[in-house]
Design a protein. Sequence first.
Length: 263
Amino acid sequence: MRITSLHNPRIKHVVKLHQNRQRRQQGQFLIEGYRALWHAVEQAYPVDEVYCCPPLYFGKQENRLLDQLACTGAQLFEVTAEVFAKMAVRGRPEGLIAVARQQQKRLTDHTPPANAFYLIAEAVEKPGNLGTLIRSADGAGASGVIVCDPCTDIWHPDVIRGSVGAFFALPVFECDSQSTLDWCRCHDITILAATPQATTLYTEVSMANSVAIAVGTEQYGLSEQWLAQADQLIRLPMFGTANSLNVAVAATILLYEVVRQRL
């Protein structure tokens, strides 16, 4: 089916899903771009609708991906460049955008594997940072990401895009801080809280056993609740005028210290 009108009800519905409130009410979210959508298909994440605009494609594999999506039961719609521009979230649209249903995961229903390690993100505000955190956690082979007391919607299009599809490969949970702390204790997971105020360097702590690395909001870092209840406070060495790194950069360094120690 080809859609040419900006006033088509389906197009209006997609545009509404740019808003957090609408995503919550509808229980849906958007997947934009070839790579994110390809990873969703690879991980068998169900997709309801796909809107495509061939003149905006960046590569040559889009039609193959659409064939795969059609086989899963997704409805396919072709739209004009003008219509796609209205639907797109990003400034440089890639000609593919999909609507999928949110699949919530409960931390209390999750059993950690042996020698697990998790990334905990408390009150991270920027969707792009959260997406990068998920991407880094997946790259390091983490067991999951736990988003505590979220300030941004984990289903935001910039989270999905920033994760480059890792969102669909890695368990991502939303939970309040105290429940997460209690869950970690219940499963004997050591909590390492990253803060510039710590006296212990991150390389001086063993990460060989089950561990969770906690990072905080971009401006203020971890709350007192996490600093007081963590098993160990750790820091990165800083030699310049800044006393901390971007939260996604810092978390990536810490995640790969787990990898280094375990290798």
